[in-house]
Design a protein around this ligand. Sequence first.
Ligand SMILES: C[S@@+](CC[C@H](N)C(=O)[O-])C[C@H]1O[C@@H](n2cnc3c(N)ncnc32)[C@H](O)[C@@H]1O
Length: 191
Amino acid sequence: MGYDRADAWTRKAKAAGFPARSVFKLEEIDQLHHVVKPGGSAIDLGCFPGSWSKWLIGRGARVVGVDLQAPALPGGTWLVGSVLEIEAEALRDAAGGPVDLVVSDLAPNTSGQKYVDHVRQIALAERALSLAIELGKPGSHFVCKVFDGEDANAFVERVKAAYTQVKRQKPDATRGSSVEFFVIGKGLKAK
Ligand SMILES: C[S@@+](CC[C@H](N)C(=O)[O-])C[C@H]1O[C@@H](n2cnc3c(N)ncnc32)[C@H](O)[C@@H]1O
């Protein structure tokens, strides 16, 4: 996808009242994989500026989000801090117990060095997976952004060990030049 079309996604998001184009990635993932349970509970890791959370709330989900800054968005519970430091217990308390869905769009500030960015992003994805395993109900789902690179397949294998069904997806709204893809884990295995 060229930049003109990429900018068209951003304009479309703003016109629909969403702060970021990323909303269309989650929407497309849900259309294909049916991860959102209306009325269910969700944890959104890396939730700022709030497009995924807003979309989840609009689908009837109860949302707890974590980021280095809180989105200016009503209807959810926002915890400010690093996912690398926050205790799983604090998230569980905020969500009122184990959840139906954990989503992670976590991404580091990019350095421009592909390998460095990959390693930093995979560390965030690994943390997202640990939190999803710890905080998900048995049978819950997981959606996680991954920057592709040499550790990506090993990460996908760890998701496969924890979930019954695992798929990879590169949504249309992802820029053509982007190294990102998403891992969708369905059906968290009982611990
Ligand atoms: C692509 S943005 C998320 C966009 C969001 N899904 C949306 O739809 O609005 C990635 C987010 O990851 C957050 N992030 C990066 N490292 C983090 C960390 N260690 N702890 C918490 N959030 C982090 C960034 O602050 C940024 O807001």
